[in-house]
Design a protein around this ligand. Structure first.
Ligand SMILES: N[C@@H](CCC(=O)N[C@@H](CS)C(=O)NCC(=O)O)C(=O)O
Length: 212
């Protein structure tokens, strides 16, 4: 959705209830996961593959022209499963102990990105490749967007030790294409999912809101 927004592509979105996946969705999504992109009669799946397809089809190109740079960008988008899994463990920890352990593990993945931002950029950002939003930004933003919501609840300050990631996250979260990549009720839906999944963060939502 971020790339569709960033490239100003016309599209229709259908949200899928992942608790009760409809048959039509299971028929087109090989792993039963979102997102899938339907282009005429063709169906594409996997966010990074979809992003590369959109980038090849619709100007302006957001992936670097330089093949070395492009391969290195792609290598970083390949890191997103590890990254998302580390953040997912925070979101969906069931107990305080699990949450603390997940927060303590986050610096491992954050340090990798801090290093990548330091080594890859050679500029002041604000995005991964500089001034223009790119596919690496689009790949990493969703976890940072959700972590910002978790931080409203737990105030761990984890990003403070990673100033480059923190500045990157701030820039991503202020970007229209990223803000508008989620449904209008995203905040409420995310909190409802924390509660429905009986997470530890879910039990803290009301207390955190009252303290604001
Ligand atoms: N590698 C996939 C991961 C997609 C993914 O994990 N999607 C989650 C939602 S964010 C999902 O559909 N989960 C439903 C399920 O696993 O049943 C991608 O990047 O597209």
């Amino acid at each position: 959705m971020i790339l569709l927004r960033a490239k100003d592509i016309d599209f229709e979105v259908t949200y899928v209830n992942l608790q009760e996946k409809p048959d039509w969705f299971l028929e087109i999504s090989p792993h039963g996961k979102v997102p899938v992109l339907k282009v005429d009669d063709e169906v594409l799946f996997e966010s990074n593959a979809i992003a590369e397809f959109l980038d090849e089809m619709v100007e302006p190109r957001l992936h670097p022209e330089n093949p070395i740079k492009r391969a290195r960008n792609r290598a970083w988008t390949d890191y997103t499963p590890t990254w998302s899994s580390a953040f997912g463990k925070v979101n969906y920890a069931k107990t305080k102990e699990d949450l603390d352990a997940a927060l303590e593990a986050l610096p491992v993945v954050l340090a990798k990105l801090e290093g990548a931002l330091e080594a890859e950029r050679g500029n002041d950002g604000p995005f991964f490749n500089g001034e223009k939003l790119c596919l690496v930004d689009a790949a990493f933003a969703p976890s940072l967007q959700r972590f910002a919501m978790i931080e409203n609840i737990v105030h761990s300050g984890t990003l403070d030790s990673f100033p480059k990631v923190k500045a990157w996250s701030d820039a991503l979260l202020a970007e229209d294409a990223i803000i508008n990549s989620v449904a209008e009720d995203f905040g409420d839906a995310f909190n409802a999912a924390l509660k429905r999944r009986e997470t530890y963060c879910g039990t803290l939502i009301e207390t955190a809101a009252a303290a604001e």
